[in-house]
Design a protein around this ligand. Structure first.
Ligand code: ADP
Length: 216
């Protein structure tokens, strides 16, 4: 049984590893960042509101984010486990999640914390490119696609996220330190945290996490 949260600063490798884990364990990868980007693309009211926060690197308000997750959790694919990536990001969100999961009797049973130093995070962010269709991340120097500018999986063009610039990233890191990092202590107190070295290459990190999850 895997009811997991992936926790760590932006660009620590959560999204890349979550994609691999989701395939391996056939579990929904619930990324609030991806959900917001889809809403922005579809120009829904939530998307239009979220964009005004995301583009500057700020967090979307808790009530909007929690409502999005509540809707997602009501879908049938969440009945057999899930992996949260980028949620919760505040203590308020973590408390709300606990209440939502009580209703479906699936409490969080593990929190995977990815650690990564600041210079490496900045290097990753400034060279990051994302597939416009499937969201697969690449890096212009260290995770190049086979053919420049297009995704290996679906051939769609690669884009730079609007918030992947040094200014917005500085704001994102500050939000992480002030609002999200306290969740480490919050879940440590519940005995749920396991740390992983987010500096490692995605495939190696995936192997580490898989070896751990197989013991659950
Ligand atoms: P990263 O981890 O690379 O910063 P994400 O894709 O997880 O990126 O999130 C991108 C942006 O979406 C965040 O900077 C924030 O503005 C918004 N966002 C995503 N998840 C949340 C959340 N749980 N609470 C508030 N805002 C969120």
């Amino acid at each position: 049984m895997i009811n997991a949260i992936l926790l760590g600063p932006p660009a620590a490798g959560k999204g890349s590893v979550a994609k691999l884990l989701s395939k391996h364990y056939h579990l929904p990868h619930i990324s609030t960042g991806d959900m917001f980007r889809e809403a922005i693309e579809a120009k829904t009211p939530v998307g239009i509101l979220a964009a005004s926060y995301i583009d500057k690197g700020n967090l979307v308000p808790d009530d909007v984010t929690i409502a999005l997750v509540e809707e997602r959790l009501s879908q049938p694919d969440c009945q057999h486990g899930f992996m949260f990536d980028g949620f919760p990001r505040t203590i308020v969100q973590a408390d709300a999640l606990e209440q939502l999961l009580k209703k479906i009797k699936r409490p969080i049973n593990t929190v995977l914390e990815f650690e990564c130093n600041r210079p490496e995070l900045i290097r990753r962010i400034t060279g990051r490119r994302i597939c416009s269709e499937c969201g697969t991340p690449y890096h212009i120097d260290t995770m190049k696609p086979k053919k420049e500018g297009v995704c290996d999986h679906d051939g769609a063009p690669l884009l730079t996220r609007k918030d992947d610039n040094v200014e917005a990233f500085t704001v994102r890191l500050k939000a992480y330190d002030e609002l999200t990092a306290p969740l480490i202590g919050y879940y440590q107190a519940k005995g749920l945290i396991t740390q992983f070295d987010g500096v490692k290459a995605t495939v190696d990190l995936f192997e580490d996490v898989k070896a751990f999850l197989d013991t659950l």
